[in-house]
Design a protein around this ligand. Structure first.
Ligand code: ATP
Ligand code: MG
Length: 451
């Protein structure tokens, strides 16, 4: 069996082999290469001890990434290659980090410490694949299975629970029955895992092709990390606008937005306030007035808890808050929306709108697509004309106004705002002379004194 190694990885393997050590590419890169996917990074494992690796790569640029754990990064043509001594993990007392690592001489022992069979393969161009746990067959079958006893492996490191869901989602794989059972039974140990790690895995999980299935079959795990979402499951909406309960609607809306972290988190959280906002009228029709604001609060709590960066946080909260806004394709309305949200957010809001509408399960997809396509086309046509929708697009600024005689102080700001309003309403062209003339005329009207 041959894999296409990049020259840098081949160099690292060659050097180690020539030094008399065993060396393989290992883990995620073997998995991805066998799947025909481009690996993100090429990791190497070797029988060489850390100080032996240092000698082998003495003339290379190396970074001591984690020498205590046996890891060294070798730079080849500005690309990093992580090289790690074969090792097994010592005891785990905190469900996450081994208390110590022990270097070993057998690659199979190193593979045995890895999480899933599909991640526990090693490969060398001469000796071929080392596959002691049936990883290749599981890849063929599309199965995520723990190496060894599932319960024990998740008990050692709870992050593996989310990694299992993430790989199943990203590759559209099944989770083997014993592994699945252990995931459900140990989900609460996820509480001890660092928020940053959860966030990374959750983002990948949400962006995977199999996300819908994972959110349905492992909702209990999702709710273990985000308990505020649990009331959505099975929550009937009692409205002609929705065919599904809140969770099923949520899951379908997640599947229907493009796979970016911001959009997928937005859909996951957009209706989280519905159970709390729910009321039923005398006709037995359900309403969720004001759920957007409650969803924003729930989303803020969850995302700050996950230590999401501010840009992502602000964007998701904005999209959650406005997910239910009404949009019209007319030009005036679009210009106002552009002023309010900006191009990028407005594009995202239209994605949210499409997914939310189609996940309600009541209208024909073609009808929804036609409606949102019209909005999108109208928006893009307007953006292409570079309309003036913010103060910084305007052909005059405060200094120009003052030079023309608008008195310094509050009048300048008020006049800029008035001019922008006229521009958004398209009552004036965005030209300096015209704007200054209009400003002075308006000043007369408002009886603001010239200097
Ligand atoms: P990705 O494509 O996201 O990089 P990956 O499987 O390569 O996925 P890494 O975090 O790069 O993930 O880890 C490299 C390898 O180290 C894995 O393939 C697996 O063999 C092993 N590994 C990583 N994390 C764990 C863990 N928590 N428990 C056991 N083995 C792990
Ligand atoms: Mg990797």
């Amino acid at each position: 069996m041959q894999l296409n190694l990049p020259a840098g990885a081949a160099f690292v393997l060659d050097r180690l082999t020539q030094g008399g050590y065993q060396a393989y590419i290992v883990g995620g890169c073997v998995r991805d290469a066998l799947l025909g996917r481009e690996p993100k990074d090429w990791d190497v494992c070797t029988s060489a001890l850390p100080e032996e690796m240092q000698r082998v790569f003495a003339d290379c640029h190396v970074i001591e990434t984690g020498l205590k754990h046996g890891t060294l990064t070798v730079m080849v043509d500005h690309e990093p290659y992580e090289v790690t001594t074969f090792r097994v993990d010592g005891e785990y007392t905190d469900h996450r980090h081994p208390d110590e690592v022990i270097f070993v001489s057998d690659v199979v022992e190193d593979l045995a410490r890895r999480d899933f069979t599909v991640n526990a393969m090693a490969w060398h161009p001469d000796s071929g694949l080392v596959d002691a746990f049936g990883g290749r067959e599981d890849l063929r079958q599309g199965v995520i299975r723990c190496v060894g006893e599932a319960e024990r492996r998740f008990d050692e490191d709870a992050l593996r629970i989310l990694r299992a869901l993430r790989f199943a989602s990203v590759y559209g794989f099944d989770i083997e029955a014993e592994t699945a059972r252990a995931i459900h039974s140990l989900k609460d140990t996820l509480h001890g895992v660092a928020a940053e790690r959860i966030r990374v895995e959750l983002a990948k999980l949400l962006c995977g092709q199999g996300v819908g299935r994972i959110l349905r079959e492992y909702s209990d795990v999702i709710f273990a990390i985000m308990p505020a979402l649990a009331p959505m499951e099975g929550f009937e909406q009692h409205t002609p606008y929705h065919a599904f309960d809140v969770w099923e609607h949520t899951v379908q809306s997640v599947e229907k937005v493009p796979p970016t972290e911001v959009l997928r988190l937005t859909m996951l959280l957009h209706d989280s306030g519905k159970p709390a906002a729910f009321t039923m009228d005398a006709d037995g029709i359900g309403h969720a007035w004001g759920h957007q604001g409650i969803s924003v609060n729930i989303a803020r709590d969850i995302l700050t808890g996950l230590k999401v960066d501010n840009a992502t946080l602000e964007r998701v909260l904005l999209l959650v808050k406005h997910h239910d806004d009404a949009f019209a394709p007319d030009r005036r309305a679009m210009l106002r929306l552009l002023n309010r949200f900006g191009e990028e957010n407005l594009r995202l809001l239209l994605h949210v709108h499409r997914a939310d509408e189609s996940a309600k399960g009541r209208r024909e997809q073609a009808e929804i697509d036609a409606m949102v396509d019209e909005l999108t086309d109208s928006l893009e046509a307007i953006i292409a004309q570079k309309p003036c929708v913010t103060l910084k697009d305007m052909a005059v600024n405060g200094r120009d106004l003052m030079a023309a005689g608008v008195p310094k102080g509050r009048a300048v700001g008020a006049m800029l705002a008035w001019l922008l309003e006229q521009l958004i309403e398209e009552k004036l062209p965005n030209e300096k002379e015209a704007l200054l003339t209009a400003a002075l005329a308006q000043m007369e009207k408002m009886d603001i004194c010239h200097r």
